[in-house]
Design a protein around this ligand. Structure first.
Ligand SMILES: [Zn+2]
Ligand SMILES: [Zn+2]
Length: 132
């Protein structure tokens, strides 16, 4: 098991997969997310700055939630997160519609011409997998 420092409180904790923060901070962050969600239900047009100030959460964290598509910025909002490809301001996620379309085009053509072929498991291997 790997041990790492929590990015938020600096405490050492056991990493189970790819977490960067300890279970305590994760729980607190989840509570905060619920708070922000409730706040936004009440004030649907609040700006990122307002949400940050009123809920004591960093702008960076709010944008992180937007990137994870857990929060969507309202249409009227002047703020946004930048598309990771072209830098255009978007309301949620990591890429703008245009770049998203381009990326899925690329994926499609990659599917048309598969580069890596995975060998089929032999009968024996399949049996083994079943018993694992
Ligand atoms: Zn922590
Ligand atoms: Zn883009």
């Amino acid at each position: 098991m790997n041990v790492t420092n929590c990015k938020t409180c600096g405490r050492l904790f056991n990493v189970l997969s790819t977490e960067k923060i300890c279970p305590d901070c994760k729980r607190k962050l989840e509570d905060k997310f619920q708070e922000v969600k409730e706040y936004l239900t009440e004030y649907p047009n609040a700006s990122v700055d307002e949400v940050s100030r009123e809920n004591d959460v960093t702008v960076k964290q709010i944008k992180q939630w937007v990137r994870e598509e857990r929060l969507i910025l309202s249409e009227g909002s002047m703020e946004g997160v930048e598309c990771e490809k072209c830098g255009k301001l978007i309301r949620t996620g990591r890429f703008c519609e245009k770049c998203k379309a381009k990326i899925s085009d690329n994926l499609m053509s990659a599917l048309d011409h598969p580069v890596i072929k995975t060998p089929k498991p032999t009968e024996k291997e399949r049996d083994r997998m079943r018993f694992l």
